[in-house]
Design a protein around this ligand. Sequence first.
Ligand SMILES: Cc1cc2nc3c(=O)[nH]c(=O)nc-3n(C[C@H](O)[C@H](O)[C@H](O)COP(=O)(O)OP(=O)(O)OC[C@H]3O[C@@H](n4cnc5c(N)ncnc54)[C@H](O)[C@@H]3O)c2cc1C
Length: 407
Amino acid sequence: MSSAQHRVVIVGGSFAGVNAAYQLKRKLGDRVSVDVISADEAFIFMPSIPWVMMGWREPGRLSVPLARPLGAKGINFVHDRATAIDSAAHTVTTAGGRTLPYDNLVLATGADLDWSNVPGSDPAEGTVHTCFTIEQAVTARAAIRRFLALPRGRAIVGANPGASCIGPAYELIMMLETELRRQKRRHLFDLHLVTPEPFIGHFGVNGIGDVQNMMESEFRSRHLGWTVDAALKGVEPGKATLGDGSEMEFDLALLIPAFFGAQVVRDTESLGNPRGFIPTDQHLRSTAFPEIYAAGVSVAMAPPVPTPVPVGVPKTGHMSEEMAVRAATNIAADLGEGEHVDGLTLPATCIADAGDTAFYIKADPFLPPRNVAVLRKGKWAHYMKGAFERYYLEKIKRDLPSSHFGW
Ligand SMILES: Cc1cc2nc3c(=O)[nH]c(=O)nc-3n(C[C@H](O)[C@H](O)[C@H](O)COP(=O)(O)OP(=O)(O)OC[C@H]3O[C@@H](n4cnc5c(N)ncnc54)[C@H](O)[C@@H]3O)c2cc1C
């Protein structure tokens, strides 16, 4: 490394971290040295995790080990966990004992799962299953297989109060319904969505276009039940209790928890808000430390409207990539390369898969009021999502140009 190089350390090797690293190299080339520290050795294409849970995808197909593709672009990959940020000395320390100095730090650390507000719901206790890692997906896949083999069954699928990434619950309940219908055993099963959202299709963004009607109609057609404003209070084997004291019995529970910020952010004084998310200015620069940027799920965003039961704002894969590219663009602009860009007014494209069909959703900006709100349903969207998975894994391997046709 030349001493004149600007040193950027990125923590996180997922949608935000990898895209920030590639954009920095694109913009600044040899003027910048980039270290990506990630607790995960490989990038995982998370939008396909529900397919793994259903047994429709092999997990190995969704991962890209990061050392080689990043190395090919002159980016140093550090497979380790960042344990401390010294915001005065401008260093990051890892569990493996390394200390990396930075001129700019990009935090792309996503979130940690917070099961504490619903006792008994932590998948580690064995009652509930979830969808954030390949390991969780493989365990859930076995549970789903056992469920589908029952003579009759009841599933609750949904989210704990405060959850923000609720879309996969919709996908999973419709995929379960599709699978049972294909097996001609749908009439033997009760499938129910339990969500803190005030209406189905709220998705933490107060809905998009007329998605509420579209989702209600879809759920009615599929004979899926739903409970909104649900404040799950506790889970025990076979039974969930809601805030109003009502109880729901189940043979399978798939739940999405609330998030809090990553441990290393929560451990750094003044960096995060009380939930550990990073407040930033419009350029994605930390409001506490000007040399620190944030991108993706780690960024603090306030809900557009209050809801009776708390619902968080989702930061989708598309949004996380956009934020990463814009944070890196702004670091380059700080160095005199190009203009600063708005990192918080973002578009979001998403395909919610339903097993035998899918919903294409496009919102710009992602929070209302919007200039663009598009909703389309069709089998074509289901195939588009599969094609997008293959494109995106290649994009991570080879830094292909960005395209958002199939989020
Ligand atoms: C089941 C599921 C389905 C989804 N489907 C869609 C979809 O269809 N469309 C869509 O747009 N979005 C979807 N999403 C959301 C999408 O996956 C997220 O928006 C995206 O993963 C966020 O990327 P990120 O880089 O901000 O954070 P994350 O993906 O959470 O990654 C955080 C990274 O930081 C690393 N890290 C954290 N702390 C440390 C530390 N201390 N040291 C080192 N590394 C650390 C982690 O190991 C990880 O690599 C889905 C999510 C899930 C779970």
